[in-house]
Design a protein around this ligand. Structure first.
Ligand code: AHR
Length: 496
């Protein structure tokens, strides 16, 4: 089939905030213990931080990491995780039915962030705790000295404040699975007061209000409008969470899920702007899509109750999952004007692009690759491509464009990048690309992920599903024509 894409510098969506390539580490399964932290591992440094994992994270390009949860945070006493390790208590984690040994906590995470070249996005417990514990944690992390919690940090060996800029006000507080879940009114009030106090401790921080746990929640929409109405003045972002799975083994529908994601994002933008209009304010609330991914392979896998760091939520991803995550990230980038933060959930072992063996090696899952390429090349402004392509109908959607695409334009580097997925199961797309107003730009790189069985996975032994370079596409001086293989993720870069 044939398709046409037109790219023009004027069709700017908005500047791509690097934090859209964020990720997430929760005290859950082997994300921390056996993931980023494994004292005694041959690749671990003197702090027990796995350097082989850090190397892969650097390759992925992750500027911000959310921590320590997730559902975990709603029962977390942050004080348990600071100070001399031998004095820290083990606690029952009611979120995941395991025992939390507290061998790794806030200061270890901050140190890890520095070594991993990333920055922290901390979440506070607004479940079993509230504004008081939240403001104490901001004081612990960000206040210089001369107060109880700042001096506690100093006594623990960390003279300089950590300077954490980004704070999540709890996690998924509408979900009945959450410890001390709340109604929108209850949460709005708690979050507003917490944010107010936290900002009184440090006026330079930014706060993220919890939106609905997913678009599927029956309270979705009302929750956002009510909580924003209450907390608008003290928050900067509202969160969105969404995971997809191929539950009925229907690949065409699974690949089309990003259409629903697009609708979800658009609805939340509208809700933010509805509250903005109601308040007659100039302040705009942006979006923090701080949990997104494919998640379903590990559902129902049993764990031993109250064990420490069991294998939990260890999805092994396949080729179609990589295509879906590519479509999701493309969709997030198409909303770069409002989605300023996004976190691929999660980063290591737990529904993650990086998978380790405790005591052994690590490998890049299939979903690692589209993320890495977009994190590397989607720079500058996101550009809305004008797309003319055939569409298909499937069980869950109608009018699904075969092409999912977004572009970026880095004015400084004089580089245009096009990211696109061909959703067709069996047909190549002959793609005609015209660059309007990009005088003298030529294709310099064309790479793809294609040609695999949809269920093909990577393993410790071999990363089979990966990117490969293609011959440069043909150009007639005006247009570029290239072939996008069936079921493929593609990156094309043009330079002056
Ligand atoms: O990422 C796994 C879990 O998914 C998180 O703890 C929670 O916030 C969400 O439901």
């Amino acid at each position: 089939m044939k398709a046409k894409i037109t790219l023009a510098g004027e069709l700017k969506i908005g500047e791509i905030d690097r934090r859209i390539f964020g990720s997430f580490i929760e005290h859950l399964g082997r994300a921390v213990y056996g993931g980023i932290f494994e004292p005694g591992h041959p690749e671990a440094d003197q702090d027990g931080l796995r350097m082989d994992v850090i190397k892969m994270i650097n390759e992925l390009g992750v500027p911000v990491v959310r921590y320590p949860g997730g559902n975990f945070v709603s029962g977390y006493n942050w004080e348990d995780g600071v100070g001399p390790v031998e004095k820290r208590p083990a606690r029952l984690d009611l979120a995941w039915g395991v025992t939390e040994p507290n061998k790794f906590g806030t200061d270890e995470f901050m140190k890890w962030c520095r070594k991993a070249g990333t920055s922290p996005m901390m979440a506070v417990n607004l479940g079993t705790r509230g504004p008081d514990a939240a403001r104490a944690l901001v004081e612990y992390c960000n206040h210089k000295s001369g107060s109880k919690y700042a001096d506690m940090r100093i006594n623990n060996g960390y003279k300089d404040p950590w300077g954490v800029k980004l704070w999540c006000l709890g996690n998924e507080m509408d979900g009945p699975w959450q410890m001390c879940a709340k109604t929108a009114g209850e949460y709005g009030r708690t979050a507003n007061e917490a944010a107010k106090l936290m900002k009184w401790v440090d006026g330079s921080i930014e706060t993220v209000l919890c939106g609905s746990s997913s678009r599927g929640m029956h309270t979705f929409g009302d929750w956002e409008a009510t909580t924003l109405d209450i907390a608008y003045d003290n928050v900067d972002y509202i969160s969105l969470h969404q995971y997809y799975g191929n539950h009925s083994n229907d690949t065409p529908s699974f690949l089309a899920k990003s259409m629903e994601l697009d609708d979800f994002i658009y609805s939340v933008i509208c809700t933010c702007d509805f509250v903005k209009a109601k308040k007659r304010t100039k302040k705009q609330i942006n979006l923090s899509f701080d949990e997104w991914n494919v998640w379903y392979h590990s559902n129902g896998a049993p764990i031993e109750r109250w064990s420490v760091a069991p294998n939990q939520l260890e999805d092994i991803y396949n080729f179609e999952d990589a295509l879906v995550t590519a479509c999701m990230l493309i969709t997030l980038l198409r909303h770069a004007d409002r989605v300023k933060i996004a976190c691929l959930a999660q980063l290591v072992n737990v529904i993650a692009p990086i998978f380790t063996k405790t005591g052994g090696g690590a490998f890049r899952q299939t979903i690692f690759y589209p993320f890495r390429e977009m994190s590397k090349y989607a720079r500058g402004n996101a550009i809305k491509p004008l797309i003319d392509c055939p569409k298909y109908d499937c069980k869950e959607f109608t009018d699904v464009p075969y092409l999912e695409a977004v572009a970026s334009y880095d004015e400084e580097k004089q580089e245009v990048a096009l990211f696109c997925v061909n959703r067709s199961m069996d047909e190549s797309i002959e793609l005609d690309i015209s660059l309007l107003g990009f005088e003298g730009y030529k294709a310099v790189h064309f790479e793809s992920m294609d040609g695999y069985d949809v269920k093909q996975e990577n393993t410790f032994a071999e990363e089979t599903v990966t990117m490969h370079d293609n011959a440069l596409p043909s150009e007639d001086g005006k247009n570029t024509v290239c072939e996008l293989k069936p079921l493929s993720f593609n990156v094309l870069r043009f330079k002056k």
